[in-house]
Design a protein around this ligand. Structure first.
Ligand SMILES: Cc1cc2nc3c(=O)[nH]c(=O)nc-3n(C[C@H](O)[C@H](O)[C@H](O)COP(=O)(O)O)c2cc1C
Length: 486
């Protein structure tokens, strides 16, 4: 979305607020396949922040913080990858306020100033902050002046108070009073309800007496709002957004959310319903006829060795700094996945990299665990037993069935999915599920080493043109989308 905004004419873009400790828990990696710099959460492999040359010098990192030390540590760690650091002092959400962050800082001015002073004194890039207006306009001016005295380079002012909601009118006069009183640039915010084109943005700036405007919801609804030649039709914007999402391996869940925000009242339309039912990048792209592009790009990334959630193992990240793309253990190092109990267990552990994608199963009766249940009854076998292990924020299940133990090397994000994934491995090994089918619906990746059979690229390409399940063409690269979703 940031890249799209820049393409359409925005001068600068902000990240969403990222909490300081989440950034401090991340490691910097150069992603050679995507040409990006990634900050990866050490505990679960998720991408906390990803940036690329196209936004260099234009992307502002917004942090949520209540601590001078943590803010400074984040600033020092990231100053070479972002254009500026913004401290969010406008978030009215409960979790922010309880943590002393966001709008809470407006009522704890010594702390707010200490954070800004700390940052200004320790990083070589501009530091800014974003505030909300106070109930009394004069108090807002005093607050803004006070924050200006810390040496910040600009201040964003959202023209609503802590308790006002997005539908309430924006107080343009209060923003104008701050803009007139300060000598640093003031960035007016809160005008989306009156913005559908660039001209409206300039008018809003004029009414607020500012030189800059920060646009949030209007850009979310139609990002081409920044275009000098007027906004583009929504379908064109969505298509371009999806191209960029695939190009930079954005997570399917975030992609889906952003497209939903663009569809707005169209969410009940047939297209909106299809979007609601989709879970993978492939499924989303198919709706806008970008399926082939998505498939080809994801296959290319996969064979170029992109690492994503599928390759993530708990506590396997390197301890310090940039180690290239190799942030996870190779899939072959199975021993690393086993704890002491498993090593001493007499039954061998059979492992495959299979993930559980809920949308592949039409109803509860077709779920892997239900299938295995029926399989046991039909064959007069004892029902499966499950054991789930958790490391960091990830889960893996081991299913014991008919004298064997099965597991997936794909660590899931919840227990239920982990059990279903392990069951898929069991069904695969017992011939109840076919490898072809699992690859086709995205639960498995094609093997890089195989020269023949269902795991080859050629086979994947073949499937591309032929597979049509339930009206939705699903192919191998869905799995990569899931894998990359982090
Ligand atoms: C979905 C959503 C997420 C938001 N996240 C942030 C955020 O992370 N940081 C922030 O400063 N403001 C955030 N905001 C608030 C906006 O930046 C902005 O202050 C508000 O929407 C008013 O501006 P607008 O009228 O242009 O939408 C968010 C708003 C929305 C709707």
């Amino acid at each position: 979305m940031r890249l799209l905004a820049l393409e359409y004419g925005a001068d600068l873009v902000y990240t969403e607020e990222i909490i300081d400790w989440k950034l401090l828990r991340a490691e910097r990696h150069t992603n050679e396949v995507l040409g990006t710099v990634d900050y990866i959460d050490k505990t679960d492999g998720t991408v906390v922040f990803r940036t690329c040359p196209a936004e260099r010098g234009k992307v502002i990192l917004q942090i949520g913080t209540a601590s001078v030390d943590r803010a400074v540590a984040v600033g020092r760690m990231m100053q070479n990858d972002v254009a500026a650091i913004d401290v969010n002092m406008g978030c009215p959400k409960d979790f922010s306020i309880k943590g002393g962050m966001g709008v809470a800082l407006l009522y704890d001015r010594p702390r707010a100033k200490a954070i800004l002073e700390g940052l200004v004194g320790s990083v070589s890039i501009p530091v800014t902050c974003k505030i909300r207006v106070m109930p009394d306009p004069e108090e807002t001016v005093q607050l803004a002046k006070d924050l200006q005295s810390t040496g910040i380079s600009a201040i964003g002012v959202h023209g609503r108070t802590k308790i006002e909601r997005p539908r309430d009118p924006v107080n343009e006069d209060a923003i104008a009073r701050v803009a007139t009183a300060l000598h640093i640039p003031v960035i007016a915010n809160g005008g989306s309800q009156s913005i559908t084109r660039r001209h409206d943005i300039l008018k809003f700036a004029q009414r607020c007496s500012t030189t800059s405007v920060m646009v949030a919801r209007a850009a979310e609804w139609n990002c081409s709002v920044f275009r000098a030649d007027g906004p583009l039709p929504l379908d064109d914007v969505i298509r371009r957004y999806l191209e960029l999402s695939v190009r930079y391996d954005n997570s399917p869940s975030n992609t889906k959310y952003c497209v939903q925000m663009m569809l707005r009242s169209l969410q009940e339309s047939p297209v909106g319903r299809r979007l609601l039912d989709s879970q993978t990048m492939q499924q989303i792209c198919d709706i806008w006829e970008l399926g082939d592009y998505c498939r080809e790009t994801q296959l290319r990334y996969h064979f170029a060795g992109i690492k994503g959630r599928r390759a993530c193992r708990p506590r396997t990240h390197s301890e310090n700094g940039d180690k290239g793309t190799d942030e996870t253990v190779p899939a072959t190092s199975k021993k690393q996945c086993l704890d002491e109990t498993h090593l001493t267990d007499p039954e061998p552990l059979i492992e495959e990299n299979v993930c559980f994608i809920r949308s592949n199963f039409i109803d509860d009766n077709t779920l892997p665990k239900s299938k295995l249940y029926l399989h046991a009854i039909r064959n007069g076998l004892a029902q499966a037993q499950y054991k789930v292990e958790q490391k960091d924020k990830l889960f893996r299940a081991i299913v014991r069935f008919d004298g064997q133990r099965y597991t997936s090397s794909f660590w899931e994000k919840n227990k239920r999915y982990a059990e279903q994934a392990a069951t898929l491995v069991c069904l695969l090994k017992r011939g109840v599920e076919s490898r072809d089918e699992l690859i086709r619906n995205g639960a498995m990746l094609p093997s890089k080493n195989a020269t023949n059979g269902p795991d080859t690229v050629e086979h994947a390409e073949e499937q591309k043109g032929s597979c049509d399940m339930n009206g939705d063409r699903q192919i191998v690269s869905d799995a990569i989308a899931t894998a990359g979703s982090c």
